[in-house]
Design a protein around this ligand. Structure first.
Ligand SMILES: [Fe+2]
Ligand SMILES: [Fe+2]
Length: 313
């Protein structure tokens, strides 16, 4: 059995004081928004409590589906590297970028210089665990094999206009995703696809939607997958996409640093216990997080996504 832990949208704080040159353009809106809405609502001690619980649970691998930072400020990138190092070694943690990690043009390239070894193929030229030199371009999807599980990291992160939080999934990545999933399916692996924006049409409003989402859905419909994990909405949600091998669960997890007591779902993460083989997979999802201020981290719910109980449900 392989256990994967999924968390998302930590929006690491505290936000470093932006330099004057960094507050031009979209970041000025974002900084005001952060001061008004996020400052105080997303707390590092909440995130630390969640991380302690993950460490106690001891998953085989951890995945983080983006929005690691807030405004892609220069000073946020090494802070985020330090947080990732606390979470685990690059070979044990896989990330994909969110819209806040690509806040302004060029941001995703600079993020790659700091965290590229957390979002690369096992057989990338520089390998997991080795920081990539600035000349190395990030490529998506990347693939990592862990036991019977293949982790497929995609990117929907692209700099957008002020007040927009849309994602983008282009034709080239869609083609590679389709080929990659077909290949991994032939290998008999349980395919877990990571993306920041929810790839299901019904989730998310127009200003936060995934542009090109139909390309992502077409790749799943053509080649199949066993599980899709996303963030972005800061909500707990399960939807399904069609595929040749049956419905594919699409699971969104709330923000990993959301303090209890607001209108948002308090911090959570999900565990996925995966075993079996093609045609007879078993996957149990266990949600853990805060119920309220006093609860600490507790089990919220568990359900079968693949296996006999899932078929009966
Ligand atoms: Fe977010
Ligand atoms: Fe987001």
């Amino acid at each position: 059995m392989t256990t994967i832990a999924h968390l998302s949208d930590p929006h690491l704080g505290p936000l470093p004081r932006p330099q004057a040159r960094e507050l031009v353009s979209k970041r000025a809106f974002g900084y005001l928004n952060w001061r008004a809405n996020r400052h105080g609502a997303m707390l590092s001690n909440v995130l630390e409590t969640l991380m302690d619980d993950i460490a106690e649970t001891g998953p085989d691998h951890i995945v983080v589906t983006g929005d690691i930072v807030n405004l892609s400020l220069d000073a946020e990138l090494p802070q985020a590297r330090s947080w990732l190092t606390d979470l685990g070694e690059p070979e044990n943690v896989s990330i994909v970028p969110g819209n806040h990690d690509a806040y302004v043009p060029g941001a995703i390239t600079r993020a790659g210089q700091h965290w590229g070894d957390y979002m690369c193929d096992d057989d990338a030229p520089f390998g997991a665990g080795v920081p990539q030199p600035p000349s190395t371009a990030l490529t998506f999807p990347y693939v990592r094999r862990r036991g019977e599980v293949a982790i497929v990291g995609t990117s929907s992160a692209r700099a957008t206009a002020p007040l927009m939080a849309t994602g983008y999934f282009d034709q080239t990545q869609a083609l590679h995703l389709r080929e990659t999933l077909a290949h991994l399916g032939h290998e008999g692996l349980f395919r877990v696809v990571l993306i920041h924006h929810p790839p299901v049409r019904e989730i998310g409003d127009w200003m936060r939607r995934l542009v090109g989402g139909s390309r992502f859905r077409a790749a799943i419909a053509a080649s199949g997958a066993e599980l899709v994990l996303h963030g972005h909405t800061h909500k707990a949600v399960i939807e399904y996409l069609g595929s040749p091998s049956g419905p594919v669960p699409v699971v969104g997890v709330p923000c990993a640093s959301q303090a209890p007591g607001s209108r948002w779902t308090p911090a959570r993460y999900n565990l996925f216990d995966i075993s079996g083989r093609p045609g007879a997979w078993r996957c149990e999802m266990i949600e853990r997080g805060f119920r309220d201020r006093a609860s600490g981290i507790v089990e919220i719910a568990r359900r079968m996504l693949h296996g006999e109980a899932a078929k009966a449900a």
